[in-house]
Structures are given as C-alpha cells and as structure tokens.
Design a protein around this ligand. Structure first.
Ligand code: EZ4
Ligand code: CO
Length: 402
C-alpha cells in the first residue's frame, strides 16, 4: 500500500479546525487532527509546504519509520507546530491501518483494557451558586467526574467561565480579548467553592479543578493543601511547567493529586515530572504530542512511575483527536480519565463519528479505524476566520499567563 496524496482541510464549524486527509492507492483514506488553537495556519503550512511532499509514496503501515523521519529528519525538533503536524500524520496513518485491517485502532494498540473510558465534563459559573447549579446538571447527565471552575466576585473575567454554558469555548474571533487576574482573591475563593460542592453533592462524585498555569509553586502548594479536605480527583496545571523542578515544591507540601501537560509536545517536556514522581496524571494529547506513536511511549514511561494518563480533550481538539484519544485510552493499562467537552452541533455534523457517551463513559465504537469521517461539502460552508485565545493581565496591568 502506498500514500498517493494528502490534503490539509481548514474549516470553522463552530470553531476553527485543521484536518489532514491522507489518501492511499487502494482507495482507503485516513484522517488526522492538526488543530493548534489560535495558530492554526502555521501547522497547515508546515504540513502542506514541508511534510506532505515527503509523505507521498510511503507505505502507511510504516508509521514508526515515518514518525522518526519527520522528527529526526527535520533537524529542528519539538515545539507545538512541528509536533501537531507530525501528530496529524501519525493519527491518519493509524486510521488507515485500522481500515485496511478492518479493525478498530484500539485493537492495534493492545486491544481493550477496560469496558469504557471515564470522562469528566466542564461545569462553570460566574460565582459559587451558579457553579453548583452547573455541576448539578452534569451529575444529572450521568457524569461521574466533573471539573468545576468559578468566576470570582469582583474580577470582571475569569478563566474557564463559559458564555454559552454547555459549549465553553475560550477562542474568540478578532484580536485576543484581555482578561484580568488576582491570585490573592482566587486562593481565598476556590476552597470555598469546593467546600460548597462537597456539602451539596457528597463524596462520591469526582471533582477536578484547573488552575491554568496561574500560580507559583508555593502558591500552588497552599492551594493544594487547602483543597485536601475536599479530596479532588486532580488539581490541573497548578504552575507553568517550563521549569519542571518547580513541582518539587508543590509535591512536598500537598497530597492533592496533580495533573499536568496539556501544552507539552514531547516526552522530554514531561521527563522530570514523571521520573521524579512529581505528578499523578499526564495530560498530553495525541494531536499536540506527535500522535498515538509518541503518546504510547509517554504512557509507557509514566506507567513505571505510577503516573496515569488524563488526555486533554477541550473543544479545540477535533472529533478526530477525541477518537484517537479514546482508542488510546481504552487500550493502555495506566489510563486515568479523559477530558470531554461537548463539541457544537455544527462540529459534530462536519465530523460524523461512532464514539458515544453513556453513564459517564465514552465508547470509541467498534468500526474499522478511528470511526470518524469529515464532510467536506458541509465543512465548506464554514470558512476559517482568525480567532485567538485571550491574554491575561494582573490587576495592575502586568502581563500574565492566560
Ligand atoms: O484552555 O484547550 O483543560 N482544558 C483547558 C482548555 C484550554 C484550551 C486551549 O486551547 O485548559 O480549555
Ligand atoms: Co487545562
């Protein structure tokens, strides 16, 4: 079997997505996700200008060699643009292999290790009261795990609070919006939120929280400690992790489980936090970490250090990415949880898929390949429009982490 062509498809059904479609000489095609939120066209150009010409003529079954060709062969390694492009190709090749062998991708990754993939949904409100209501809606839908984010009274904007409840979408058309941030107010408010949630919902539901890289290590240590009575499933992205050693400080002070890595691109980004057992969950996504091929290696390293997986699954990860994550999640032994944010109706229509939700679990479906398609005709009705994630400033105007 040979790869005959690959097309980079860009559309905006509900939000911007970059999708790679790889064609073969026996009529099978595979899909990959190449979406990098707010930097979409950089990956599209990297693929169409630099990788696709080298892909044509290769055997799609040689996914390991093709991965190494694009990683080692580029000379310039790592980084989100490079790794999303390699990730898109890798995901598409696994899709082709599954279709050619008439089996779901999870069967090529070791087969099912569990009956379903536990997911967590996103509940968020402008204050504690509204957040309690939103958590209640997810509990009523059958979710066993719920991420809770609340606005903080007195701050006009806070990360993670949706305008359109079920469909939280941080990217906006036009230039980047500016948010405001106060660590002091946040550290006082979050423990009250989780105290209220435990009083209302009891101990059984898994509760998660995302600090979105906004704390220093000692601030994160304080937050982790103050949340211990409410036994979170995890505290996510407590600190930016360019300095992986910073997590030693957090770890020394709290037993709140720590999750990290949605912005990581290679195993090297996670090496210290995994091998020093500084985190409990690694959040790297197939699309942004070189695809299934590389994420399997991350999971294998994590496995021997008692670190579980918890793949990123926000709306900017397309249904192709979500499907790739589900095949990976259901097959690796050290799976922890999968993030699941509902895509809009338009997104779901452009990407028809076999995965389905029931009782707090996602199921990848048992069809060949990844089980996702792309309706090019419908997609052409939703042209790409430049959109950005917000930026964030402290109350005195200092540029900070969004
Ligand atoms: O802000 O996917 O855990 N999920 C998140 C997401 C990210 C976006 C960035 O593109 O933090 O909402
Ligand atoms: Co996050």
């Amino acid at each position: 079997m040979k790869i005959t062509d690959a097309k980079v498809l860009i559309s905006s059904p509900g939000r911007n997505f970059v999708t790679l479609k790889v064609y073969t000489d026996d009529g099978i095609y595979g899909l990959g996700d190449a979406t990098l939120n707010g930097r979409e066209l950089a990956v599209a150009a990297y693929l169409s200008e630099h990788l696709v010409p080298c892909l044509i003529g290769r055997d799609p079954f040689q996914s390991e060699d093709i991965w190494q060709y694009f990683y080692r062969g580029a000379y310039w390694r790592r980084g989100p643009v490079t790794m999303a492009a390699i990730g898109a190709i890798d995901i598409a090749l696994w899709d082709i292999k599954g279709k050619a062998l008439n089996t779901p991708v999870y069967n090529l990754l070791g087969g099912k290790s569990r009956t379903g993939v536990m997911v967590y949904g996103h509940a968020n409100g402008r204050d504690i009261e509204e957040t309690i209501d939103e958590v209640g809606k997810y509990a009523a839908m059958g979710y066993r795990a719920i991420r809770a984010q609340s606005g903080i009274p007195g701050i006009p904007s806070t990360y993670g609070v949706a305008k359109d409840k079920l469909y939280y979408e941080p990217a906006e058309k036009g230039l980047p919006p500016e948010n405001l941030w106060s660590t002091e107010k946040y550290l006082l408010y979050v423990p009250k939120l989780f105290e209220s949630l435990r009083l209302k919902f009891g101990d059984d539901v898994h509760l998660l929280h995302d600090a979105h890289h906004r704390l220093t290590p000692i601030e994160a240590a304080r937050l982790g400690k103050s949340l211990e009575p409410y036994h979170l499933f995890w505290l996510e992205d407590a600190v930016t992790a360019e300095l992986q050693e910073g997590f030693r400080i957090v770890r020394q002070h709290t037993t709140t489980p720590l999750a990290l890595g949605e912005v990581f691109n290679t195993i090297w980004d996670a090496k210290t936090v995994i091998t020093e057992q500084l985190i409990d969950y690694i959040r790297m996504a197939t699309v942004h970490s070189g695809g299934i091929t590389h994420l399997k290696k991350v999971a294998s390293l994590a496995e021997i250090y008692h670190v579980l997986t918890g793949c990123h699954g926000a709306t900017d990860l397309s249904p192709v990415s979500l499907a790739a994550a589900l095949h990976f999640d259901i097959s690796v032994n050290n799976f922890g949880i999968q993030e699941y944010m509902l895509h809009t109706k338009q997104t779901d229509e452009v990407f028809p898929h076999t995965y389905s939700f029931s009782d707090g679990y996602l199921h990848p479906g048992d069809g060949p390949g990844l089980g996702v398609d792309y309706d090019e005709k419908l997609a052409s009705k939703f042209p790409y429009e430049r959109a950005y994630l917000p930026v964030n400033r402290k109350l005195d105007g200092t540029m900070y982490n969004w």
